[in-house]
Design a protein around this ligand. Structure first.
Ligand code: ADP
Ligand code: MN
Length: 175
């Protein structure tokens, strides 16, 4: 079934500013912001703390099942640090946020990350892992790379996304 409103994926390495931007975008557009890491906890889709990677194991099927009906309705801004977890058909537009390594390092350190976890995330950004992931998971025309080092860049990005949204609505008008 065609959607009246697009679903948007906001992805990128932890700390690039997904939640900050998704929040601002949802305030501005009235679309629904879905913080998937938060949802995974609320829907009890995470278990077993992994000591080496300092993270938890995710029950992907349960998480995706819980999102399905909302996604079918359209108008959802999905905020998650991975691009390949979701079905391709869910998204109309994909944004990959990028941040300068030094700036990202400071943000993650402030968040309390250290050691392997901090190093892994910085490497993830250096090797533009999530951008590559997004480009292979979705058609290239819908994947946009956005730089998010400063608040000024973020507000510019939000304005640009609003324009893309309006264009999407024109292109996908229901008769
Ligand atoms: P993510 O959801 O991608 O992990 P957050 O939105 O939580 O990232 O942002 C990480 C940190 O960076 C937060 O402290 C946030 O305030 C800060 N931040 C996010 N976007 C910007 C920006 N454009 N300019 C400066 N700081 C930012
Ligand atoms: Mn976040």
């Amino acid at each position: 079934m065609p959607r009246n409103l697009p679903n948007i994926l906001v992805t990128g390495t932890p700390g690039v500013g997904k939640s900050e931007m998704a929040h601002m975008l949802s305030e501005k557009t009235g679309l629904t912001w879905l913080d998937v890491s938060q949802l995974a906890i609320e829907n009890k889709c995470v278990d077993e703390y992994d000591e080496v990677y300092q993270c938890r194991t995710l029950d992907e099927d349960k998480l995706l099942d819980g999102m399905e009906s909302a996604m079918n309705g359209g108008g959802i801004i999905v905020d998650y640090h991975s691009a390949e977890l979701f079905p391709e058909r869910w998204f109309d537009i994909v944004f990959v946020l990028r941040t300068d390594n030094t700036i990202l390092y400071d943000r993650l350190e402030k968040r309390g990350y250290s050691g392997k976890k901090l190093q892994d995330n910085i490497e993830c950004e250096i090797f533009q892992t999530i951008l590559e992931e997004a480009r292979s998971a979705y058609s290239k025309e819908i994947v946009h790379e956005l730089f998010n080092d400063t608040f000024e860049q973020m507000t510019n990005n939000v304005d640009r996304i609003c324009q893309l949204l309006e264009q999407w609505k024109i292109n996908n008008q229901q008769t």
